[in-house]
Write a protein that binds this ligand. Structure first.
Ligand SMILES: C[S@@+](CC[C@H](N)C(=O)[O-])C[C@H]1O[C@@H](n2cnc3c(N)ncnc32)[C@H](O)[C@@H]1O
Length: 370
């Protein structure tokens, strides 16, 4: 319907075209899951996406202060948990391991924390697991890797997830005159992938916006994968105690809009073009995730803007400390990095931070003014 591409196909596109010929159109979520996570040709399996030579850059890749402040945040929450002698320190989607490297350096201030932490990394990509292992070797804590959250043994748990939930596959629904239809991926007239609409209405319990709250052409997204994943995480936090810090770009309340977005070499890219060779994300619906946590009995803080969260944790002070004794050029780099991750017109506003805790924990730092 809306996007068609010449049949100069990537290996993954070939497979998807064969699959669609055989079985019919697939959901946007199935497309996204394969484009990112196909064991051979998925984006995270076959490419190193980070940095100037890659496709995008994340906050920890820009400034070490991001991970250091989160490390201090984790120390506070560990203390609030009663300083357990054994706990799980978990990162979802650790990328090149840069965030965890900075966290481990900052938390070394309290050797009891480092001794008590069992480090778990939830990562699908074999390539990135190798990078994580190399980078974290010097930290003195040996990581363990998990494919699923359920693989992590029960214990009090502190979790960090930066730009992880936006990778989870989203389903899309489009309003037409007669109600809602699921947006699917089919083969277009020129043999490339193209969007189409499912023929039957989605189940009523999907709770899509009413006719009064939407109009033909509107798109509504539901991330069942993120919801199911978070339900398991919250169940774990409620049983064993702990906190999860979720940082991502997204919206505070569920709403209409097509947020499926591909990025290649730091530029926006058509979502159905070159699957497996471009990053593909969807905005995180923080409102839907918060509802799941609150309904289950957990405490939820935020979402708050990333810039405000970092300011409250002491970004300005840490920036000045790090600048001490450095050359003018290095000082500029440090200050520019802090500005990039926190300024409202850069990453500070669009990126949001939400924390979910077991209900017995006090409000975590970063979610209130001192
Ligand atoms: C955008 S990167 C974020 C990297 C890192 N957190 C950072 O801030 O630099 C997404 C990470 O999540 C991983 N990932 C994506 N989908 C995943 C899944 N379903 N399960 C586990 N890891 C996944 C990717 O391989 C990658 O490490």
């Amino acid at each position: 319907m809306s996007e068609d591409f010449a049949p100069n196909r990537t290996p993954l596109e070939e497979r998807l075209v064969d699959l669609i010929r055989l079985k019919g159109p697939i959901t946007v979520a199935d497309y996204m899951a394969d484009a990112l996570g196909h064991p051979n040709d998925g984006y995270y399996m076959s490419r190193t996406p980070f940095g100037a030579k890659g496709d995008f850059t994340t906050a920890p890749e820009i400034s070490q202060i991001f991970g250091e402040l989160i490390g201090l945040w984790l120390l506070e929450n560990w203390r609030a948990l009663g300083s357990p002698a054994d706990f799980n320190l978990v990162e979802f989607g650790p990328g090149r391991g840069v965030l965890m490297e900075d966290i481990l350096r900052a938390t070394r201030l309290r050797s009891e924390f480092s001794k008590a932490a069992c480090l778990w990394l939830l990562e699908t990509s074999g390539r990135l697991r190798v990078e994580q292992q190399k980078r974290l070797r010097a930290s003195g804590i040996k990581p363990l890797w998990a494919d699923e959250f359920a693989d992590i043994p029960p214990a009090p748990t502190l979790i960090v997830a930066n730009e992880f939930f936006d990778c989870l596959p989203v389903r899309q629904f489009q309003r037409i005159e007669r109600g809602w239809r699921e947006r699917m991926v089919d083969i277009g007239d020129n043999g490339g992938l193209a969007f189409c609409l499912g023929k039957t209405p989605p189940p009523a319990d999907y709770k899509l916006p009413s006719d009064d709250d939407s109009e033909p052409g509107d798109i509504f997204e539901i991330n069942f994968a993120a919801r199911d994943f978070l339900s398991d995480v919250v169940a774990g936090l409620l049983t064993h105690g702990g906190a999860a810090l979720i940082i991502d770009y997204g919206h505070a309340a569920s709403g209409l809009g097509d947020t499926l977005q591909a990025v290649r070499e730091h530029r926006f890219w058509p979502a159905l073009s070159t699957p497996g060779q471009a990053d593909l994300t969807a905005h995180v619906d923080f409102g839907a995730l918060a509802d799941i946590a609150v309904d289950a009995g957990a405490a939820v803080y935020g979402p708050t803007a990333q810039g405000r969260f970092l300011d409250r944790l002491g970004l300005a002070l840490r920036t000045e400390m790090l600048c001490k004794g450095k050359s003018d050029e290095d000082q500029k780099k440090i200050r520019d990095g802090s500005e990039r991750i926190a300024a409202p017109n850069k990453m500070g506003e669009i990126f949001k931070v939400m924390c979910i805790t077991s209900p017995d924990l006090p409000a975590p730092p970063g979610f209130f003014d001192l």
